[in-house]
Design a protein around this ligand. Structure first.
Ligand SMILES: Nc1ncnc2c1ncn2[C@@H]1O[C@H](COP(=O)(O)OP(=O)(O)OP(=O)(O)O)[C@@H](O)[C@H]1O
Ligand SMILES: [Mg+2]
Length: 154
């Protein structure tokens, strides 16, 4: 896939590549397809401003795992484990975390190990601790409010 092309049959991006996603359905479908490329026990970092589609992408992953409940922004619960038929999906919002030690004190490592996948928003302070993790940046596209750009940074 080239830069800024629509995702094709294989929705996975290589580091440095981007895709444009039009509408909530494509955002969720991208998450669902991406899930199949991420290892059990793996970490996915998401960064992107308000409304850039982080939760929507995570919803697509949860659906792919057979979860039928609601996935919301993890703003109030720092760490939200969702039990799904396909295994636990851990959703972490590190936005208000001053130091990664706060998350480790809450048992982050065991939670990650026990999860099918851990999605961590605003996890910059953890990037160095999880060098194998996939990192996506989500952005609005100024010309079109119905589109988001997703770029795999690593
Ligand atoms: N690819 C897309 N194209 C158009 N709209 C989208 C797309 N993805 C998500 N949206 C819409 O954008 C809005 C914000 O999405 P979402 O809640 O997933 O963003 P977020 O990054 O989690 O925001 P926040 O930081 O506030 O939690 C929602 O109304 C959603 O339906
Ligand atoms: Mg959100």
């Amino acid at each position: 896939m080239g830069k800024s092309q629509k995702p094709g049959r294989d929705n996975f991006l290589l580091p440095g590549q981007s895709a444009l996603l039009r509408g909530l359905e494509q955002q969720q479908a991208f998450g669902a397809a991406l899930l199949d490329h991420l290892p059990v026990g793996g970490v996915l970092f998401l960064e992107g401003e308000l409304g850039s589609g982080k939760t929507s992408l995570t919803q697509g992953m949860a659906r792919r795992l057979g979860f039928t409940g609601t996935v919301s922004s993890p703003t109030y619960a720092l760490m939200q484990p969702y039990p799904t038929p396909g295994g636990q999906l851990l959703h972490v919002d590190a936005y208000r975390v001053q130091h990664p030690g706060e998350l480790y004190d809450m048992g982050l490592e065991d939670l990650i190990e026990g999860s099918r996948l851990s999605v961590i928003e605003w996890g910059q302070a953890l990037y160095g601790d999880y060098p194998q993790a996939t990192l996506l940046r989500l952005e609005h596209v100024p010309e079109d409010e119905d589109v988001r750009r997703v770029t795999r940074l690593r």
